[in-house]
Design a protein around this ligand. Structure first.
Ligand SMILES: [Zn+2]
Length: 271
């Protein structure tokens, strides 16, 4: 979850080059109009309509990504020279892949449009979201190239009341506008799946022991809070403002009952 500059090779060049190849020229006008629509509506799936290609055109456009995704400019979007600090889509530290912001199964005309190809981790580009690309209007995914506001902190963990059972979910920050909260809630609640839940549990378990090494065996809530804030800042500096650790620590700090629980757990640790 972050804003990214336009990818290298953005623009109509890729369409014009493809349409100079034998048998492709007849698709150019409709294809360019579709790309213009994509830019005009910032890749918003509620506003960009499928171009309406049919028959063999659909298959040819869809397949372009398979033949061109492995090397050249598209591979450079997937593996930039300077790696991202965390997944631009979900905030994980997972491996580097590429995701179609608008799926090529619905929009084959954007199969290789660079603006539609977003660097993402392998989890984002796999089963977790399946064919989902929007929810109930106006829910959609954040688009890293168009949503400039995605550079700010966007989300946190929200804990359920029974902290021993440890129920939690990702939620948008209440400081966002209502419209953006809908988008961020949809984004995090769709993309952050089992891998993310496992990671929260892995962090939560040893957290008291880690905190005790910094603040002692009988910390005050104020001392614990200062340590958590330092950890949050470290996570942001290392992995970005919307990385998984930052979302978890923001969630802990936002809920006084969670801080109290952590103090209890630190104090209850065996000496
Ligand atoms: Zn991801």
């Amino acid at each position: 979850m972050k804003h990214l500059p336009p990818p290298p090779g953005a623009g109509n060049g890729i369409i014009l080059r493809q349409c100079r190849k034998p048998g492709w020229g007849g698709r150019q006008a409709l294809w360019l109009a579709a790309a213009a629509n994509y830019h005009r509506f910032s890749g918003n799936p509620w506003r960009v309509r499928p171009a309406g290609f049919t028959g063999a055109d659909v298959d040819a456009l869809y397949a372009l990504y398979d033949s061109r995704g492995g090397s050249g400019p598209i591979a450079r979007i997937r593996r930039p020279a300077i790696p991202f600090d965390s997944c631009p889509m979900c905030g994980s530290l997972g491996g580097r892949s590429l995701d179609h912001a608008l799926p090529r199964g619905v929009y084959p005309e954007f199969s290789i449009l660079h603006e539609n190809l977003v660097p993402a981790c392998t989890m984002c580009n796999s089963d977790e979201k399946g064919g989902v690309y929007r929810g109930r209007r106006p829910e959609r995914f954040i688009h890293p190239y168009y949503d400039r506001w995605a550079s700010r902190s966007l989300w946190r963990v929200e804990f359920g009341p029974d902290l021993d059972a440890l129920q939690f979910r990702p939620v948008a920050l209440p400081t966002l506008s209502r419209a953006r909260r809908r988008i961020v809630d949809f984004h995090v609640q769709t993309l952050l799946g089992k891998e993310w839940r496992d990671s929260v549990r892995r962090e939560w378990g040893p957290l008291p022991a880690k905190l005790r090494r910094r603040v002692g065996a009988a910390p005050s809530e104020a001392a614990l809070r200062i340590e958590l804030e330092t950890r949050l800042q470290d996570a942001i500096d290392c992995n970005g403002v919307n990385c998984w650790d930052a979302g978890l620590l923001r969630g802990v700090l936002a809920d006084p009952s969670v801080v109290t629980k952590l103090v209890e757990r630190v104090r209850a640790l065996p000496a």
